[in-house]
Design a protein around this ligand. Structure first.
Ligand code: ADP
Ligand code: MG
Length: 346
């Protein structure tokens, strides 16, 4: 009897230790690439596969960063040189989807998202890794570039060759590249057989599948101050991206100059702090969040409709929050007291 009892105890202990050893099947990895911190979360894959997938994604993203760089010597810089002298250039395969998506999204946003303003971005100094420190550029230089109206409509894309009818066009994909890169990383994960994951490039993310038996829950950063403003539970495959005036900025004589430029004025947009968009793919959500930021409190609904985007949260210059009805159903505020939020039908 005694002996038997002893066996049970030992078996229980073994069982318990086996349980304790079983790891939670969540793999997380942070990479410094793409000019930001990229966080990879994978649920339910064997550890070796998850490791292999995340190092592959690290390589992919680094390659994209090199290909799409708007100022280091890169295929994009060489293409921009051709555009500035009216020559036609073969669009490298890695850049072609960015050009195609950007032409369509720029048109749909009435040029609020306008990757043809590379010269303005450069004039402001936001094309570099290091932040500029001010003073802001000479108003005459800003006006000179703005009145040449560089736009994606100036481009003629013909069988993989691109030229510009406006020599002022210089392409800078800063407002869509992260999104497109996240899309490609998700495609890579799926190719490797991974079904449940999040790729988050500095708060710009796409989620697929679930976190075990519950949805992934992601946080939206508080645009002023520390911590998380709100959380959203993702549904299947979707992308959540935010454009904010706090990502890249400098202050000069008490004024904030940030990296989202209104192509009409040539100056950083005022009156908006952040725009969060949920959409099917990250490239669309990225371009849309920038476009709605530029469109501002007066026009964002109209531009959202044109872009086919229904889930939006905008925080205006006074910190007031406006959400679409579809976003209102998704977002849960994590601050106390819960902020006053206006629901605005599109
Ligand atoms: P974030 O870095 O916060 O994700 P965005 O997606 O809005 O920001 O991208 C901002 C970047 O896009 C800038 O650094 C610049 O390179 C470029 N950019 C700035 N203004 C515009 C605009 N109106 N249209 C297209 N690209 C822009
Ligand atoms: Mg963007």
């Amino acid at each position: 009897m005694h002996k038997f009892g002893g066996h049970i105890v030992i078996m229980l202990v073994l069982l318990l230790s086996a349980c304790a050893k079983r790891e939670e099947p969540l793999y997380q990895q942070q990479l410094l690439t793409f000019g930001t911190i990229v966080e990879i979360s994978i649920w339910g894959a064997e550890k070796g596969l998850a490791q292999q997938a995340s190092s592959q994604i690290g390589e992919d993203l680094q390659q994209m960063h090199n290909d799409w760089h708007a100022w280091h010597d890169s295929p994009l810089v060489r293409m921009n040189q051709a555009l500035s002298v009216g020559a036609s250039a073969t669009v490298p395969a890695s850049i072609l989807p960015l050009v195609q998506k950007s032409i369509a999204l720029s048109r749909a946003s009435e040029g609020m998202f306008n990757p043809a303003i590379g010269r303005l971005i450069k004039l402001w100094g936001f094309e570099q890794d290091d932040l500029p420190s001010g003073p802001p550029p000479d108003p005459a230089a800003i006006a000179a570039l703005t009145k040449q109206h560089p736009g994606m409509d100036d481009l003629i894309l013909d069988g993989g060759r691109l030229r510009s009818t406006n020599p002022a066009v210089q392409l800078d994909f800063g407002a869509i590249a992260k999104g497109h890169g996240v899309d490609l990383a998700i495609t890579r994960l799926r190719e490797l057989g991974i079904q449940n994951a999040i790729i988050n490039a500095g708060g710009n993310l796409r989620a697929i599948g679930k976190h075990g038996d519950r949805p992934w829950r992601i946080g939206i950063r508080n645009p002023r101050g520390e911590g998380v403003l709100a959380s959203i539970e993702t549904r299947g495959d979707e992308s959540i991206l935010t454009s904010g005036d706090y990502e890249r900025f400098y202050e000069y004589q008490g004024k904030r100059y940030h990296h989202i430029i209104d192509p009409r004025s040539g100056y950083p947009v005022t009156g908006v702090i952040s725009v969060t968009v949920i959409a099917d793919d990250a490239a669309t959500a990225d371009a849309a969040s920038t476009a709605l930021f530029v469109a501002g409190p007066q026009r964002w609904r109209e531009i959202a409709k044109k872009l086919g985007v229904t889930q939006v949260m905008l925080i205006d210059g006074q910190g007031r929050m406006v959400v679409t009805p579809a976003m209102a159903k998704r977002v849960r505020f994590e601050v106390d007291p819960s902020p006053k939020v206006t629901v605005a039908p599109l």
